[in-house]
Design a protein around this ligand. Structure first.
Ligand SMILES: *Cc1c(COP(=O)(O)O)cnc(C)c1O
Length: 482
């Protein structure tokens, strides 16, 4: 399922590039080579990671990086931006065509930056006179909590309603450690305690009571589809802007797995995304929006961004061109099908999954029945060569640090060509490791939340079994370095 590429040409390109790099700083050439070896030899199940194509990756290392191009296409604060204009316009055109979006802004450097652009665009669009001046001429970094409070009041004490972190929401959706939690007075909606599913009536009730300026939908760890038509109805009823952060599942939208009510782009006022997760492009972000938000979104630079990363915008254009091919739809469907196989493989072997299944690219395991924390599960799996990340489950008794969950996604291994047989085997390997993991006992006699023992030989046996799967589906087949 890798994007097809000419292996001989890609090998020569990388070999030559590494030699040029090594002539200046061999440590870095070595680290780049080692990273390829590590990625090739590990069972990568991190739901937010993928493998971009050689064409996408090669597009990032060139002289586009040396050009300043603040502004927008045809309206730059620097001279000589004609080639960057071509790059940015091409990327935006592909994004608009792929997602059916009226407007696309491809400058954000990451998902977080895309959200910042969206927040400021929504505020700029919705607030008559921001009156920043009321809090004086201080730099925003110097604002105390009290000043932030004043600033918010000056801005109208704006409210955001978003998914709670333990239900699968993201830090940038109004949580304290992130700037969004300082900009906005945030309230969360969770999931149904019985089913683990999003309860639209509860979201609507919270929206009626809280009257948010922004209703934000989207997630990092919720294993189900979201009905964005319903979310828009709720937003409309209370006069909120609907913002959808599709950072995780943009590939499923691009690949037409999520359509109709489940496609956020036609329903949201503003949609943000990363480009490097299921979308399989370069590390970066994007904002798509309805026409009335376009002017404000285009002011992302200089509001919260500096000069665009033109080399990355170019790589976005290449990856988006790939995603417009029919083969990407086959890939996206396989990502979703493989997640179902993985979920069934885990459940039939006794694993409890949040929501008892999946409708997207990820599954969330509740490992508490094994008597271990998410942290112990994550570490034991890593000992056995399986790369995942721990994640809170709804109402997690172990908190956000130790957690009771492990999040697992299919986008990366599906790119390698894993199908149903391989994902069933992956489920078996995961269960073997979890069953063989026991918490050690603290001096006080309680089970540790961090330390554990993994049964004799389990790590080696699992590594050997995953090596067999990985050898059958090599990463970047034919790409060889000396
Ligand atoms: C990953 C993610 C982000 C942040 O993306 P970065 O590129 O790491 O900044 C934002 N929102 C959601 C929902 C995400 O999953």
């Amino acid at each position: 399922m890798t994007q097809p590429f000419d292996a001989a040409k890609a090998s020569a390109a990388y070999q030559n590039a590494l030699e040029v790099i090594a002539s200046v700083e061999p440590t870095i050439a070595g680290a780049i080579k080692a990273e390829l070896a590590d990625q090739r030899s590990s069972l990568k199940l991190i739901a937010s990671e993928n493998y971009a194509s050689p064409a996408t990756l090669l597009t990032m290392g060139n002289w586009l990086s040396d050009k300043y191009a603040e502004g927008t296409v045809g309206h730059r604060f620097y001279a000589g931006c004609q080639n960057v204009d071509t790059v940015e316009q091409t990327a935006a055109d592909h994004a608009k065509a792929l997602f059916g979006a009226p407007h696309a802004y491809v400058q954000p450097h990451s998902g977080i930056d895309a959200n910042l652009v969206a927040f400021w665009a929504i505020l700029a669009q919705r607030i008559e006179s921001p009156a920043l001046a009321e809090v004086g001429a201080k730099h925003v970094n110097d604002l105390s909590d009290e000043d932030w409070d004043k600033l918010r009041k000056a801005l109208g004490d704006q409210r955001m309603l978003g998914m709670s972190l333990d239900a699968g929401g993201h830090l940038t959706h109004g949580f304290r450690p992130n700037i969004s939690g300082k900009m906005f007075n945030q309230r969360s909606y969770g999931t149904d305690p019985e089913t683990g599913l999003l309860d639209y009536d509860a979201v609507a009730a919270a929206a009626r009571e809280f009257k948010p300026l922004v209703l934000i939908a989207g997630y990092s760890a919720y294993p189900r589809k979201v009905n964005f038509a319903k979310m828009r109805e709720i937003a409309d009823e209370v006069g909120a802007t609907l913002m959808v952060d599709m950072a995780h599942f943009a590939g499923l939208v691009a690949g037409k797995v999520f359509t109709g009510d489940f496609d956020p782009v036609p329903h949201a006022h503003v949609t943000t995304t990363t480009t490097h997760k299921s979308l399989r492009g370069p590390r970066g972000g994007m904002v798509l929006c309805q026409p009335e938000y376009a002017d404000s979104v285009d002011r992302g630079c200089p509001m919260v961004l500096g000069g665009p990363l033109s080399q990355t915008m170019a790589a976005k254009a290449v990856a988006l061109a790939e995603a417009r091919r029919p083969s990407f739809q086959t890939y996206a469907q396989a990502v979703a099908d493989n997640a179902v196989t993985l979920a069934e493989g885990l459940m039939k072997r006794g694993v409890k999954l949040v929501t008892d299944g999946t409708e997207n690219h990820l599954v969330l395991l509740d490992v508490s029945s094994y008597g271990i924390t998410g942290r112990q599960a994550e570490s034991a799996l890593l000992d056995a060569g399986i790369v995942t990340n721990r994640n809170a489950v709804p109402r997690d008794a172990n908190g956000a640090w130790y957690t009771s969950g492990v999040r697992i996604g299919t986008p990366a291994l599906t790119t390698r060509g894993f199908g149903a047989d391989e994902f069933d085997k992956v489920a078996e390997l995961i269960v073997d490791v979890l069953s063989a993991t026991t918490p050690t006992t603290t001096p006080a006699g309680a089970p540790s939340k961090a330390k554990y023992t993994l049964g004799d030989g389990v790590a080696d046996k699992t590594r050997a079994a995953s090596a067999e799967l990985l050898d059958k589906h090599p990463l970047y087949p034919g790409l060889e370095l000396a």
